[in-house]
Design a protein. Structure first.
Length: 190
């Protein structure tokens, strides 16, 4: 007797669930319910029942994106905007350039400012990811970090996702006055 009363109930519940599901190939997608909103007193507010959304086969438009900015040798999807530099800081901007316009996925650029008297210990090092060259950069730091009787150089290195160095620039002298612009040309490492 119980089976006869439960069977229509189960069929009704199953039909209600299947209308909220979408079949894509061999996969059934079921929408996840969002948690109920909390009231200001900390309790849970009851949420009004909403009808299940019907599956739509109408194609949706892709989200709008900004048009790509073109550069000399590669298409860039992001634009570079230099940050505001604190007063009294040394500001260095430029581009890392090289023969390869596309880089392997997961490539990272490492820029270093080094003291020529202590080349193994960088004064400043920044890292950022890129997929193509040329790539703009900006680095700024407190000028008090520079010693008057020392000379400094800037160098760029590019590493792949596995951490192997793929490109290297020659050391270039850090300009004596700031703000300064300095382009660093990298070459492939064999």
């Amino acid at each position: 007797m119980k089976a006869r009363t439960l069977l229509p109930l189960i069929a009704t519940l199953a039909a209600g669930m299947s209308s909220a599901q979408t079949q894509v190939g061999q996969v059934t997608l079921t929408p996840v319910q969002q948690p109920a909103p909390r009231s200001s007193t900390g309790g849970v507010k009851p949420r009004p029942a909403q009808p299940a959304a019907a599956a739509s086969t109408t194609p949706r438009a892709a989200p709008e994106t900004a048009p790509a900015q073109s550069t000399d040798s590669a298409k860039a999807t992001k634009t570079f905007k230099p940050q505001t530099v604190p007063q009294g800081a040394y500001n260095l901007t430029g581009k890392v350039t090289g023969p390869a316009t596309r880089l392997p996925a997961g490539s990272k650029v490492v820029l270093m400012v080094q003291d020529s008297q202590a080349p193994g210990n960088p004064l400043l090092q920044i890292k950022f990811g890129t997929a193509a060259l040329p790539v703009p950069y900006q680095m700024y730091f407190t000028q008090s970090r520079l010693k008057a009787d020392h000379s400094y150089f800037v160098q760029a290195k590019i590493f792949n996702a596995a951490g192997k160095m793929t490109h290297l620039s020659a050391p270039v002298a850090l300009p004596a006055t700031a703000p300064a612009a300095l382009n660093l040309a990298v070459q492939a490492v064999r």
